[in-house]
Ligand binder design. Sequence first.
Ligand code: FES
Length: 287
Amino acid sequence: MAITPSHTALESLAKEVDRAMAEVRALDEGARGKAIALQRAIEAFHKAGLTTIIQRLKADPRGKELLFDLVDDPLVYALFAMHGLVRLDLATRVTQVLEMVRPFMQSHGGDVELVEVRDETVFVRLHGACNGCSMSAVTLREGVEEALLSQIPELRGVEVLPDQPGPGLILPEAIGVRGASAETGWTRGPRVEEVPPGTMFTLHAGTVEALIVNLDHRLSAFRNACAHQGRPLDGGLLDPDAGTLTCPWHGFCFDASSGECFTAPQAQLERFPLRVEEGVIWVRLEG
Ligand code: FES
């Protein structure tokens, strides 16, 4: 896939911002405070100007069309996302809210895992102290639901799926036909040697598709849907040297191990649990 000029420009601009921010962080406290105040004032100025441009474009049908085209440009999308002027997709926003509550849950011996977002309903699995019927477990569960529903009003609900043993405790015989077990949600994938380092493999299971990525013998599995507009990523460019996966549609660039997005830092690929057993890759696609 050809890297678009916009994508190239975005990368070098982002590096420049990172470099300048690293220098600001190294300043003494007084100078750092002044530099950050200046940064915030400039950002507020830009945000106000961009908001006016967006409002004016939206008010005109031709402008609206142009605006939608512009948002497809990674540079423009990243700029709008940086100022909170585009709405990220639902799964990304759910992930962000869960990341906000996770430190609190972990400090109380619990954790939360996002299983999927379907029909405006979030399916999560809770671990550790969140299980059981003690007062603290109930409070942690309610905390997750409340955070999600209050931060993302269009959600219809939050379903807590039963906890299950960790991957190491699942016996091979518990995993059934098609390689998928209704009880465990694990789907049998290819053998490890079918996904050599530096390659990807698309795993189809019903309506769900996972992209298995082998980056220098580190295997990861993601939903085969870009965090930008949900389009398939399997035609993308995997760069083993840079450790990146670039979407073929509009050039969003992701960390091929973690799914973190370099183009729009708020976006993130949805990751599936993966394990290898007797040379076979298993991916948990279902709750
Ligand atoms: S960059 Fe737009 S769908 Fe991937």
